[in-house]
Write a protein of this length. Structure first.
Length: 195
């Protein structure tokens, strides 16, 4: 029987990615949205603090082991923005398209378009777990001049990985999973968990 683990997200794109990335674990990932748990407020100053807070919250509510990630886009010329505010860069209820539009507008005329995606991935056995597994990953690249591509979610249509010419949204999901910040963090987590 698969081990039930709650995934602290309401983002279905993230659920699909994590299921693929952690397929080697004998886990049944259940999203917090499928359990009617509202989004957890992100009050931390770092991606790791936010991921840990989300994992502890959903584990406390469900009594299940929890997995959470906090990830976002860090743009050099914007002093790290959107950063931990990536999901709400254009406002509290902003869509991916609105966030991308704001980012491209903020970078108009800016020559330095270096950026990276960052992911902090946290797994804990229970809400009070004193030594959670914490894995991180970075995916280096630059911001394109315009959005392109239909795959992925978030800032994928405007992010061009280093050494590439296509945006992350133009990459097939299995290719993106090998290269991405979340893929790197997931592989590190798998090694930490002995899988």
């Amino acid at each position: 029987m698969k081990r039930r683990v709650v995934l602290a997200t309401c983002n279905e794109g993230k659920v699909q990615e994590m299921q693929a990335l952690l397929a080697s674990l004998d886990w049944e990932l259940v999203s917090q949205s499928s359990l009617d748990i509202p989004s957890t407020p992100e009050g931390g100053a770092t991606f790791i603090e936010n991921a840990l807070g989300k994992a502890r919250h959903v584990s406390a509510v469900t009594g299940l082991p929890a997995l959470a990630d906090d990830s976002g886009l860090v743009v050099e010329a914007l002093l790290g923005a959107p950063g931990i505010h990536s999901a709400r860069y254009a406002g509290p209820d902003a869509t991916d398209q609105e966030n991308n539009h704001k980012l491209l507008t903020d970078l108009q005329g800016v020559g330095d378009r270096r950026a990276h995606f960052y992911c902090a991935l946290v797994f804990l056995e229970h809400a009070a777990h004193p030594a959670p597994a914490v894995a991180t990953g970075r995916w280096w690249g630059r911001i394109a001049e315009s959005a392109s591509g239909d795959h992925g979610f978030g800032y994928d249509p405007v992010f061009v990985p280093d050494g590439g010419v296509r945006t992350a949204a133009e990459l097939a999901p299995h290719i993106k999973n090998v290269m991405s910040h979340r893929g790197l963090a997931a592989r590190t987590l798998l090694s930490m968990l002995g899988s």
